[in-house]
Design a protein around this ligand. Structure first.
Ligand code: AMP
Length: 613
């Protein structure tokens, strides 16, 4: 994620002393990591004393205690489902202090889902300051490795998404939408590190075509000034390149003539873009020539020749996009700067030029109180089909504090936040890579249970299984049965899409027409969660594909797994495959390929709420 403005500044600080400010920030990082344990103790005491009288803590019998020992003994380790009734009350207008003594300012809609709907994370006004603080660490860290970044601009493709209102009138929206619409972002004082090619108006335009078009146009017009490029996730940046591929003729026309595409109708966007757009036939010719070359290899370095790195998250499932980014950027460093969520912003990468496979994030101890649940992984067991299991008393005691984690060990992250989550399981699995002073650095390993992901969607095995179950009803009239299936996130297409490999046992004599498989594709899409469907509607995910494979294919798959050392007794068909030879094996036995004929239905907000847009 790109960096945000520094904390509000006095006017005298406009005479910028970048070096001095960077030094202060780095000193802050030294300080909080050296005193990680003391900071964590203080953070927990602060959260618990402020919220001593909230219903949730009283209900659990914490009785105003603020020490770690009592907290760990008394408070349960929970998942979203445990507090869902409380969240529903807040959403329905109960203003009493249920989770937090401060008023809930809005809900942040997580890309994690529960019962097919986005999770709602309550937040409070002051959390915006904490998010800004984490953003403000990023560029001082970066500038230790890449000097001169204050001398140019960042071309970041940033977007807002639609909002909904809860029945009680609270806004529910993604955390970045909340951040970009806040004064912390919109009215940021001048800072060379938050100097972007995209005017705020283009970022704050809800229409995704107008937003992307105008951001790309402004990025192209200022191409020589751009020193770094990026988006939040790798998938978003690749989408922007794809957009350029599709719309380069129109973009070049605008640059040549200095007039703006009439499809950009938002008056504030037009006004902001027109301040940047000047007729520049030479630049238009140059861009046109580069875009019409057969190969798009290195297009980023060709069009934005001063770019030093690509700032996108490529850890976790986003690692599938590394080859594509390497191709477009001619191997520029791919920089993952931070690790964050709707629940809480967690940490930063203190060695941003490291290889993507070595990225580690140092959790910043004053963001929240962090605990770690040791995870044992056997045969990829984390992703096996299971509901998140609740912990018994002994397991609850096994959670370790931030400074006590062990190098090499994997843990599930558990947070207690200022906004009123107590011992909440985030669902991410992290591995300790080392320490920065006394604060651990973590590799992001995976999100628990997620098998398929293209963009912000996170589909688990249970959802996939239910969706497939719904779809196979279309096969009944043909006396056909699904004998085995697996899935694959295909990111070789742009946008990427879900592929399901199906092996059938057909008893009926009537051949199954392609339209039936298309219906199956659509039923699966309709059955998947709201984040998947939203991504489909805004074209961040392509149509789902079902590939029918020859009879016997899944036996071959098992033979192959056994040849690689899997035990015959324990072999289970994986519900998702990633290993290239296995994908190749499946692809070599495809007899027909079928795509979803249209987008699944999606509306903003939870099913039962009114739409704000
Ligand atoms: P959301 O709650 O929708 O904001 O999504 C937050 C989740 O995105 C985290 O819990 C992670 O699973 C994932 N995520 C965020 N930052 C990173 C990162 N730097 N690397 C890998 N996954 C990330």
């Amino acid at each position: 994620m790109p960096e945000a403005p520094k904390q509000p500044q006095k006017p005298t600080e406009y005479e910028y002393d970048v070096a001095e400010k960077n030094k202060k920030t780095l000193h802050f990082i030294e300080d909080v990591t050296a005193n990680a344990d003391q900071v964590q103790k203080r953070v927990l005491a602060e959260i618990l004393s402020r919220n001593a009288h909230v219903e949730y803590l009283k209900r659990n019998g914490l009785n105003g205690h603020t020490d770690r020992e009592t907290f760990k003994k008394i408070m349960p380790v929970i998942t979203y489902e445990d507090i869902q009734p409380d969240i529903t009350r807040i959403a329905n207008c109960d203003k009493s202090p249920i989770l937090c003594s401060q008023p809930i300012s809005e809900f942040l809609t997580s890309s994690g889902t529960s019962g097919g709907e986005r999770k709602l994370m309550p937040t409070i006004e002051e959390e915006l300051g904490r998010r800004s603080l984490l953003y403000s660490l990023l560029m001082p860290v970066m500038s230790q490795f890449v000097p001169g970044l204050d001398k140019g601009k960042g071309m970041y493709f940033l977007f807002i998404k639609s909002e909904a209102k809860t029945p009680g009138g609270l806004v529910a929206r993604p955390v970045l939408t909340s951040y970009y619409k806040s004064n912390h972002f919109k009215n940021r004082p001048y800072d060379p590190y938050t100097n972007y090619t995209s005017p705020n108006e283009t970022i704050l335009c809800l229409d995704s075509y107008q937003s992307m078009y105008s951001q790309m146009l402004c990025g192209l017009c200022q191409n020589k000034e751009v020193l770094r490029v990026g988006a939040v996730f790798a998938s978003g940046f690749i989408r922007a390149i794809r957009f350029l591929e599709k719309h380069s003729t129109l973009l070049c026309k605008d640059i040549r003539t200095g007039t703006l595409n009439p499809k950009i109708t938002d008056p504030s966007v037009r006004e902001a873009v027109m301040k940047i757009l000047k007729p520049d036939p030479k630049l238009a010719d140059f861009i046109e020539a580069e875009c019409s070359r057969e190969s798009w290899q290195g297009i980023i370095t060709r069009l934005w020749p001063n770019t030093k790195y690509v700032d996108v998250i490529v850890t976790g499932t986003m690692s599938q996009y590394i080859p594509t980014l390497d191709y477009y950027s001619n191997g520029l460093p791919l920089v993952c700067t931070m690790y964050a969520s709707s629940e809480c912003y967690f940490g930063v990468n203190l060695n941003p030029l490291c290889k993507p496979s070595e990225v580690s994030y140092t959790l910043i101890p004053n963001m929240a109180y962090f605990e770690f649940l040791p995870v044992q992984r056997n045969n990829g067991g984390i992703n096996s089909i299971s509901m998140p299991k609740s912990l018994n008393e002994k397991e609850q005691q096994e959670l370790v504090d931030l400074v006590d984690v062990k190098v090499g060990q994997e843990y599930e992250l558990v947070v207690t936040t200022y906004a009123g989550l107590y011992r909440y399981r985030v669902g991410d699995v992290l591995r300790v890579a080392g320490f920065k002073n006394n604060a651990p650095k973590f590799n992001f390993i995976c999100r628990k249970n997620v098998v398929l992901s293209i963009d912000s969607d996170k589909t688990d095995e249970v959802e996939l299984q239910n969706a497939v179950k719904n779809a196979v009803t279309h096969l009944m009239p043909f006396d056909a049965h699904l004998t085995e299936y697996t899935s694959y996130a295909d990111t070789t297409t742009i946008p990427g899409h879900y592929v399901l490999f199906w092996e059938l046992n057909v008893n009926g004599s009537t051949p199954i027409p392609p339209s039936v498989f298309e219906d199956c594709c659509l039923t699966i899409e309709e059955s998947l969660n709201t984040v998947y469907r939203q991504n489909r509607v805004c074209e961040s995910i392509g149509p789902l594909e079902i590939k029918i494979v020859e009879a016997g294919t899944f036996d071959k798959l098992m033979d192959y797994a056994i040849s690689l050392g899997a035990s015959i007794n324990q072999y289970k068909t994986p519900r998702c495959v990633k290993f290239a030879p296995i994908v190749e094996l499946l692809n070599s036995r495809v007899v027909s390929s079928n795509f979803s004929p249209k987008c699944p239905k999606w509306t903003a907000g939870h099913k039962q709420w009114n739409n704000m847009n």
